[in-house]
Design a protein around this ligand. Structure first.
Ligand SMILES: [Zn+2]
Length: 163
């Protein structure tokens, strides 16, 4: 499918269609921006700053503006307009690299949190007499990964004298 080539369109020579990978990357960016807005806005971070080689200066983009630009790029396949935020305070904006790095950390933190919840749930359910296979089914049903070593929590696998 990556071999697919857009047929040339002589009527609109200016248009540069996005390839599927670019579109997928843009959609991911859009999702990331929504998460970043949700997480960083309450901390006073209003958006991200980008160096624009066309204008030769930094552009400060609020989360909504950034999302709008990405949406526009996704739909129209054109570079978004160079519309800076109104009198931005540079302290309110982070670099996109920082934002992405923050997101990576945030997501792995979430995974750790979920792993912790999963462990507690396994311990609780096993203690209540549920078989480990059933516990795994419950975790899978709510979208939690079974924590490493969960099998060892099954009392039937343990020597009774150890308890
Ligand atoms: Zn610009």
């Amino acid at each position: 499918m990556s071999d697919y080539v857009e047929p040339p369109d002589d009527d609109e020579p200016e248009e540069q269609p996005l390839d599927p990978e670019e579109r997928a990357a843009l959609r991911q960016d859009l999702v990331d921006v929504q998460v970043l807005k949700e997480v960083l806005e309450p901390k006073g971070i209003k958006g991200a700053v980008f160096y624009c080689p066309d204008c030769g200066e930094d552009h400060f983009l609020g989360w909504d503006l950034l999302a709008g630009n990405l949406q526009e790029l996704l739909e129209a396949g054109e570079s978004p307009v160079h519309e800076p935020a109104f009198e931005p305070n540079p302290n309110d904006y982070v670099s996109w690299d920082y934002a992405r790095g923050f997101l990576d950390g945030y997501e792995s933190f979430e995974q750790e949190e979920l792993g912790e919840i999963g462990s507690r749930l396994v311990a609780k359910l096993v203690k209540s007499g549920m078989r480990i296979e059933e516990v795994k089914g419950v975790l899978a049903a709510v979208g939690l990964r079974t924590p490493d070593g969960a099998d060892e929590r099954d009392p039937r696998r343990l020597n009774r004298n150890d308890q």
